[in-house]
Design a protein around this ligand. Sequence first.
Ligand SMILES: [Ca+2]
Length: 195
Amino acid sequence: MTTGTLAGLWDVLSCTNQEKYICKHLAEGAGPTPEPITTIPPRCHEGWYPVGSRNFCFKFFTWPHADKKTWIEARDFCRVIGGDLLSIHSSTDLQSIHHVYRSHGGTSWIGLSAQDPNAGYAWTDGSPLSFQHWMKGQPDNYNSVESCAEIYSTWDEKGSWNDVDCEGYNDWLCEIPKGTVRATTTGCVRSLKVQ
Ligand SMILES: [Ca+2]
């Protein structure tokens, strides 16, 4: 078996040595190698934050009491700007949301509701109900009028969910796919009236 320099292995020699050499040039008809195409991964626009490891961004919308929305109104708001009410699919998602949201206080709508009591709870964006984080004793459908989920921002509840009346008024959390630009128009969207 051939070994060492005879097998094409490299060696370290003095640069002043007299050695044979090998040149290269472009083959006939060949052009220079094109620069590799660099793709920039989609990111969250200013004011939006990544949702855990999902390919979505989220934003917390809070207004004075007169401008808060019912669950349906909040869902329609999020859809108008190219997204939906926020869905949550892991404790990692929850941590990333709570890290931003906890300083605001209060409660907000998320995209979870039981519009069809026979079908149970479902995310409004159509994603599977693979993770749940209800407060202890919830959902309790108190007085048989509670079928929409709100999330608590207070630290002691750590992003826990409670079912409440969908016709109540709340702040809300929207999600949009990463890279969505239309979310920059929130100043205009705020004035939209949901029919
Ligand atoms: Ca409840």
